[in-house]
Design a binder for this molecule. Sequence first.
Ligand SMILES: Cc1cc2nc3c(=O)[nH]c(=O)nc-3n(C[C@H](O)[C@H](O)[C@H](O)COP(=O)(O)O)c2cc1C
Length: 322
Amino acid sequence: MPDLKSPLKIKKIELRNRLVMPPMAMNLATKDGEVTEKLVEHYRERAKHTGMIIVEHSYVDPGGKLSERQLGIYKDDLIPGLTKIAEAIKGEGCVACIQITHAGGSCNKDITGKTSVSASKDWYKDKEVKELTLEEMEEIKNKFTQAARRAKEAGFQAVEVHGAHGFLLNQFASPLTNRREDKYGSSLESRLKYPMEVVEKVKQYTEDMLLMYRMGACDDRGDGFTLEDAQIFGKKLESAGVNIIDVSGGFCGSRPEGKDEQGYYVHFAERVKEAVSVPVIGVGGIVEPEFADKIVKEDRVDLAAVGRGLLKDPEWGAEFLS
Ligand SMILES: Cc1cc2nc3c(=O)[nH]c(=O)nc-3n(C[C@H](O)[C@H](O)[C@H](O)COP(=O)(O)O)c2cc1C
């Protein structure tokens, strides 16, 4: 039975252990989304003993940018900077992944200069949000695809499509935000159609890379996306060729208030893992390496992600893994 120290080989890529640093926005990029030396060093420092680092959410389109100093992956000029991050991570023997995103209805005009877009508009009461047309959906799909190409050209070994925490692809999957009356709305099958199309399209650049999906596995409310939905979605992602499913929250967010127990979203990951045979990442409030080791040993998850632990202490888990 594997434990936290066990390597994991998927396709031709080997992770030296099961400790993952999940994506965490540092807001250290320039206003145009360019990489800074500070950001490179931030990742280098945390790559010394972790198995994989998933670089923070990088916007595929200026219209999908969430915060002022967010990292960008929306134009080719950004590739040299992104290459520096990928090289810093790989240079320490860690697998380099980058998360690609569009924040959809969560965006603000102050940042993007544009009206925000989403699957539908009704959910957003306090700002103007426009329902995407089919043509615009196609454009955004292409932007995700081009972002994956840039990730590959920058030397990343894996790319993670962001489908959690209430951002654009999550807005399509969840019945809370998707009220569309066309073929992309209503039934679960229809709501998953757009995220699946993005995955299928991104795949054209990931043959030699790992393709990952961060799933908002549950909205934690009766009228939202459920863990049963997540199991169906997981199977679809696996059939489409996704290599790792990174399981987090949907509209309940990544760090819900009051959920302080260690491994608070591990049970979401366990439920997805029951339905699929590809590796699954579990996350949420892990503070002890022994806990991360235990959930891998007990086969509840294949990989354990530790975010704030590694932010506070770049050496988190190093002694345990040595
Ligand atoms: C400062 C910060 C920024 C984050 N940014 C992202 C992000 O860019 N993409 C994402 O999917 N999750 C993001 N998250 C959520 C983390 O990936 C992780 O799921 C969450 O922090 C729970 O793990 P932890 O308890 O080990 O920190 C962020 C979390 C923090 C603390």
